[in-house]
Design a protein. Structure first.
Length: 111
């Protein structure tokens, strides 16, 4: 943000309104503090990168857990498989298909 606080319409309005109202004083102080605080693209990018990496880590963890569960046949012994287990895998596959279609721009997400 930064810049000329006197040029900001909100600051101008708040400065014109001479008031002892604590809410007006608080608003004025908050806006002036925002106008003084320098925010650079580097700071914003670093924050976005940190958020991106945190989400990527969450996804990697979920994928690792799903892979381990799949390697263990989704905790169902082959001789104990029921139609309910099949239905569960159908549900999982549908959810994963929505994700892969979105990620790879396929299905309803195709261009």
């Amino acid at each position: 943000m930064g810049g000329c606080s006197a040029c900001n319409p909100m600051i101008v309005v708040l400065r014109r309104k001479q008031s002892n109202d604590p809410l007006v004083r608080l608003a004025r102080a908050a806006i002036e503090a925002l106008m003084r605080s320098p925010t650079t693209e580097t700071d914003m990018s670093r924050t976005a990168l940190e958020a991106y990496l945190a989400r990527k880590t969450e996804i990697d963890t979920m994928l690792a857990r799903l892979t381990a569960l799949s390697d263990d046949h989704f905790n169902v012994a082959p001789d104990e498989v029921t139609w309910a287990d099949v239905d569960t895998l159908v549900h999982y596959a549908e959810l994963l298909k929505r994700i892969t279609d979105s990620a790879f721009k396929e299905g309803e997400h195709a261009a």
